[in-house]
Design a protein around this ligand. Structure first.
Ligand code: PLP
Ligand code: ZN
Length: 471
């Protein structure tokens, strides 16, 4: 039952993702940058000494023991595959109780055969987004190293998640950095209501991200952004739960919206490790969907041909691209605020994930994102705009023939519908001004699948007539 947990510390460490660098850091190091080259770090395991399970079905037995919070958590019941924390240090609030839903109505919209589209609904997490999968892991690591303050920059969901973990456990003070005017009300409401110290700086997410790294270094505050490799360990479990829901069969495609590219990076690591451990025979293909207004990854991967290149992605291509963004003063701009990011911190890890998992990148316009979001809502599960990029992207890949009609496709719905009611209301609004104010300037021309309220005088006859007419 405690396989893989009673281990000596050096079977677990942090390792530079670039194979030729060879930089390492101790498990409890919190600088989250390679000491040799400054690059990204992985949490690395010496699996030979950790004895992970030899079959994935082994995990099923834990459900019978779900009165144990570590077996109830959709993250920690897979802890033998992220074995960095001793059980008594694990901080869980019941995250990861999420569902994989077969979604034929949305599947038809995407262009897939019945039974082929699945939506992994991560909005069911305690704070309403997938971020809780990672936060429980980062928070646990923070506790292992004795931190009492944790910070993040956020487009909203990371901060909401951190605020929930801090308030629910009372163990840490949350310090969150947000850009001005860029955060949806649902998410800001969470940060404030859960008592996080909320620092709103005059700038956008990319600015806030730079500042939080400087500040947390200066003040020794534990950083929970997705440069933190422990967070990504928790997010691997989204893939384990999908496999579990598919009776341990690997789907053909995982489609995920891309912002800071932490999620796709963790998915890639999950599959690389499952292959290494001989627990699966092949990985699924990965598709990352950018918003067209924040499409750095799409540009670099599909237009400039940037690749992992055995751990040495062409730095001049990346630098040149960011220089051109600066010169042309291009800032990220999309209704999908959770992915409104032009400097993705996990770029190189994402390249590795796509290299190992036959990846592709696409972009979706705000029009396509909102139309897909309306279809997702009409199909049963609601989501916030960024999440719907996955469905819009799957539709595009289907149309291009890259996804076949018979492929089994899982789109990740990263965040809950109620995170951003403003966008939803504007889309369905009967009032042109509301539509224009929120969406018009973003190039959204029509609400293709709007479900508008019917306006009637307060007269019984008129109300009855309207219902008969429209139902
Ligand atoms: C954070 C977030 C994303 C982006 O995920 P990355 O790991 O940063 O690429 C997408 N959707 C939602 C709802 C999010 O909160
Ligand atoms: Zn390095």
């Amino acid at each position: 039952m405690t396989r893989g947990l009673a281990v000596s510390a050096d079977a677990i460490f942090q390792r530079c993702i670039h194979p030729t660098c060879g930089g390492t850091a101790a498990m409890d190091d919190t600088s989250f940058a390679c000491p040799k080259c400054g690059g990204l770090l992985d949490v690395a395991y010496d699996w030979n000494r950790l004895q992970p399970p030899t079959s994935l079905t082994w995990f099923e037995r834990k459900w019978a023991e779900r009165s144990d919070p570590l077996h109830f958590s959709g993250v920690w019941r897979f802890r033998e595959l992220l074995p960095f924390a001793p059980p008594e240090k694990i901080m869980t609030i019941g995250e990861g109780q999420t569902i994989l839903q077969k979604a034929d109505i949305v599947g038809q919209f995407v262009g897939l055969n019945p039974g082929c589209l699945f939506l992994q609904y991560e909005g069911m997490n305690p704070s309403g987004s997938f971020k809780d999968n990672g936060m429980t892991a980062a928070f646990t690591h923070a506790r292992m190293v004795g931190a009492n303050r944790a910070a993040c920059a956020s487009t909203g969901n990371t901060s909401a998640s951190l605020a929930v973990y801090c308030s629910a456990t009372g163990l840490m003070r949350a310090v969150i950095f947000i850009g001005s005017g860029k955060i949806s009300y649902g998410k800001l409401a969470q940060a404030l209501d859960h008592g996080a110290l909320t620092v709103q700086i005059a700038g956008d997410f990319d600015d806030a991200m730079q500042r939080v790294q400087q500040v947390s270094k200066k003040l020794g505050i534990y950083l929970v952004n997705s440069v933190n490799p422990y967070r990504l360990e928790g997010q691997k479990t989204i893939m384990y739960r999908i496999l579990e829901a598919m009776r341990w069969e690997v789907p053909d495609w995982i489609v995920v919206p891309g912002g800071n590219l932490g999620n796709v990076s963790s998915f890639g690591k999950a599959f690389i490790e499952l292959m290494e451990l001989g627990l699966i025979k092949r990985p699924p293909r990965l598709a990352v969907i950018n918003a067209a207004g924040a499409n750095t990854f799409y540009q670099l991967y599909e237009r400039f041909g940037l690749r992992w290149n055995n751990g040495a992605p062409k730095k001049d291509v990346v630098d040149g691209y960011f220089r051109s963004l600066d010169v042309e003063k291009i800032r990220a701009a999309t209704i999908a605020s959770a992915i409104e990011i032009n400097h993705p911190v996990n770029l190189n890890k994402a390249l590795r994930a796509l290299d190992r998992c036959g990846g592709v990148v696409r972009e979706a316009s705000d029009q396509e994102i909102l139309d897909a979001k309306a279809k997702v809502g009409a199909g049963g599960l609601g989501c916030e705009p960024a999440s719907a990029a996955s469905v819009a992207g799957a539709k595009k890949l289907r149309r291009e023939g890259i996804i076949a009609p018979s492929d089994r496709v899982v789109c990740i719905l990263t965040g809950h519908q109620l995170k951003d009611p403003t966008a939803t209301i504007a889309y369905h609004s009967t009032d042109q001004k509301t539509f224009d104010d929120v969406l018009g300037h973003r190039g959204v021309r029509r609400a293709t699948y709007a479900n508008r309220a019917v306006q009637v005088p307060n007269e019984l006859d008129d109300i009855i007539k309207a219902i008969e007419l429209y139902s």
